[in-house]
Design a protein around this ligand. Sequence first.
Ligand SMILES: [Zn+2]
Length: 284
Amino acid sequence: MRIVWICLIVMYCCVIVVSTGCSPSNLQDKEQSALEERGDFSWPVGKRAAISLTFDDARFSQIDRGLPILNEYGVKATFYVLVRPLEERLSDWKKAVTKGHEIGNHSLTHPCSGNFPFARERALENYTLGKMRYELQESNNIIERLLGVRPVTFAYPCGQKYVGRGRNLKSYVPLVAEKFLAGRGWMDEWANDPAFCDMAQLMGVELDGKDFEQVKQLFDRTLANGGWLVFCGHDIGEGGRQTTRASTLKALCEYAQDPANGLWLDTVEEVARYILKQRTGKPD
Ligand SMILES: [Zn+2]
């Protein structure tokens, strides 16, 4: 009797795999056809995929550990800053701007779901689009006043893209689309398809906690499908919660800067502008 049950379960699993089309070979076929459907889109000469490194919240370790590594390898990253920590290390952030790093908007008060205790006082469930519009504008105004650059890309705090709740919930993606060249999510699993992606909600993949082998696997997949992988990190150091390992960052920079590997490593702004130009034939 047990044998019969095992056979039935195995048969059921086979049917599921075939019907959902999730076998590895099927995925490779889909990637290949996605490449063929891409039509006129092409990355710059010699490049087969793009990578952007982004770091959120203007954490001090980004200045103390991250920027020296990035600058050593000549890599430009995107920093989605919060105003208060930005003010505390203002002269350092000014230096980062002169090195060519992008400064992006990450809202004024970092509103997220009130399920996070730290965000209960500014819960997205209690927000309105008007309040969010004010946050985005005011943050841009302050950053411009402090650093002399006006952000053109945005990262959704906690990767959450709504205000309100239930039947009254509204997406604030259209607001981000109106105000910014691009908006980046968080905790996504996949690279962006340059010929298809919605710039207002780019997928963002976590960089924190990964070793270089894990990064390399993501690079390989991105190179295979010609995508744009946007990495997201927070602190930079030896390890721990929400921390990009310094050793991984070094290895990543070295690998991505080697022309033989076919990767274009640049800021979200630069890659987004390139893609939009390819799509429309003119800059956005
Ligand atoms: Zn954040």
